[in-house]
Design a protein. Sequence first.
Length: 295
Amino acid sequence: MSLVPFDDRDGWIWLDGQFVPWREAKVHVLTHGLHYASSVFEGERMYGGEIFELTAHTERFFKSAEILDFKIPYTVAEIDEACKATCAKNGLTDCYLRPIAWRGSEMIGVSAQQTKIHVAIAVWDWPSYFDPEAKKKGIRLTWAKYNRPSPETAPVAAKAAGLYMICTISKHAAEKDGYSDAMMLDYRGYVAEATGANVFFVKDGAIHTPTPDCFLNGITRQTVIRLAKDRGLQVIERHIKPEELSDFTECFIVGTAAEVTPVAEVGQYRFTPGEISLSLMDEYARLVRRELVPA
Ligand SMILES: Cc1ncc(COP(=O)(O)O)c(C=O)c1O
């Protein structure tokens, strides 16, 4: 893990339409986004000079803002171009991108109708979300303390900063106990997702994955479902009870940061990274590098 703080690096950050030196891309302490989580963001990766599913990410970015009742003051095409330009300005062709939009400082009460909407894009080298050695063997997850909330309780379809509060607490508790991550249940007690990635299971050659009705239907999740179906694998989206994990032989989590990561343990349940997890991990890696042409 890098020990170089994220506010003390060389490079350029795109901030409200301009490139600013990395260390100068700051916000004031009285920023609405900081106090009330009126902030939405994206996580994307560029592979060999191309951002995987760039426009899908940008469109989700705009959708997330709309759900939080604000409008990003650019077009999707402008943000797409700004993402590419930020990678180029920093001389990176393989990197992680973090677009973020938030309410500014004009108002600091709960109501914030007149705040300016700010947008920034930062990019950096971020090779593997999980330790590469642990990844090959399958990572270990424990159960999270918090559940994903109901759509009646929170804007669950938005990639909104506030929804990550329970993820950070859960991931910290897992790491304290020596695990890589935590598996979250939803408000009904069904298996939902990890703290920053969707989950898949394998049983009798078929793939089972939770229905994304109270968490992000990740772009990687949708890609992996396509890859699996193209190979003729059956993909079943349904509600999965935690005790059903004893029936599954393989498990893997997927997300832009995690890519496809095999899982060896979720709490008391054990899995062996097998043919389906490992081949989808490999196919995804080839697809994002344009070495695999989708069917
Ligand atoms: C909570 C959560 N779920 C799922 C995902 C996977 O989404 P995607 O594949 O679009 O990156 C992410 C990562 O962005 C996430 O943070």
